[in-house]
Design a protein around this ligand. Sequence first.
Ligand code: ASP
Length: 323
Amino acid sequence: MKKVVLLTTGGTIASKRDEKTGLLVAGALTGEELAAMCELSTGIDVQVESVFQVPSNRMDVEKLIALKNKIEAVLNDEAVAGVVVTHGTDTLEETAYFLDLTLDDARPVIVTGSMRGPEDMGTDAFVNLRNSLIAAASEAMKHTGVTVVFNEKIFSARYVKKVHASNVDGFAAPGYGYIGIIDGDEVIVNQKPLHRETYQIGDHLPVVDIITFYLGADGKFVKASVASGARGIILEGFGRGHVPPKAVRAIEDAVKRGVVAVLTTRAEQGQVKEAYQFPGGVSDLKRRGVILGKDYDSKKARIKLAVLLAAGWDVSDIAKAFE
Ligand code: ASP
């Protein structure tokens, strides 16, 4: 019998409706209560542990580190075939990618959640949990990195994002698609990552902020971020990666002060690339020391930059790691 460890952290998948307000209380259920409500697949020995009981807007750096350490401890047991983490959907993609960058193990670690509470009509809580447990026990999932299972689809943590605020088909990897599917008890993996990267970090992650640019924006948020002590900033520019000229001075000052700046695009798909010659363009920013963040979603770039800084990488190596 395959052994899978289910670690629960809260979210809608572990929610209960408050009878007075009619609103969902995310993370109200313990892991044991959640597992008891679900018809878990036979043939899998599931060991449940409640790690946190929080809505995922309460996930933070300390909890990320604690969760990673917990999973590492679980994977020390050779008998464990895989791990499932249940998580609120709001920040699930960030946790999944952090785990992908920091867990070095061939066995599957799968993050899942649900858009509807376990007591709601047509809930996706049990099917997502059941599918994740089946996938975590599957040999086919080895060497896929950390993945997200949602609505029968399997996604790489690197590309997945929450794309709908409420629909059960709430996760997608725009431009990249899903790498496999769970059809009944069958786990079908069609793609595996060509390149996996993992980093050794301690129990600390430096502060990295995301600054999104918009028509007419200036550099005030860059200045505020630097003044508050950020070690890194993700600059989410327009199109190929452009920012308004009014913001350039603040960005240059930030870089001069040793803050690592990575440029991403607010466009849903495509990559940051040098294509134009104008102030605030990609070439201009690169010349001033900004790292090009390729096709990284800003949230993922932020996690990656924080992990690289935590691993002690310097600016030129960080630039290479984003190439
Ligand atoms: N607000 C919830 C959370 O992220 C949403 C969910 O789990 O679907 O905890």
